[in-house]
Design a protein around this ligand. Sequence first.
Ligand code: FES
Ligand code: FES
Length: 172
Amino acid sequence: MTRLSAESRHAIRFTLNGRPVEAEAEPRTLLSDFLRQQIGATGTHVGCEHGVCGACTIVVDGMLARSCLTLAAQVEGCDVRTIEGLAPSPDRLGILQQAFRRNHALQCGFCTAGILMSLDHYLLDHRAPSESDIRDLLSGHLCRCTGYTSIVKAALEAAAELAETSKEKTDA
Ligand code: FES
Ligand code: FES
């Protein structure tokens, strides 16, 4: 295997879950590997490494991205969100995460980070999704354990709760 020289690495500056990060990566380093191995953000999982399973899904500049199909260098100057930034505080889960917990919407958890990132992003703009909307979204994620029923139920519950919360804010 050819080793790349130190000169071939370059600095990448970006924001990760609201915090500025600067690190080095080789030109071909995948974002998923970069996040996990160099930044230590291991909540982003890697399954297929071919853009199929959805386990590595994150948000880059407000858009969902498969981090296994993205180069680390591509996030230079970007705002990156991963599962580590989903909870509102270290000791409190977000509404969607709480719904997953209540509904036992995960078993091994391998797919869960990617699914949560996709659903969280979707629910920002879709407060009254149908079951079929949620199933459409989940078609980009493979889960080997749950059978999806509890995931769909959790997503619908979270959507209803988020809608209620934003209504209360508007009425206040
Ligand atoms: S690991 Fe990226 S989509 Fe499967
Ligand atoms: S909970 Fe195991 S793969 Fe989804």
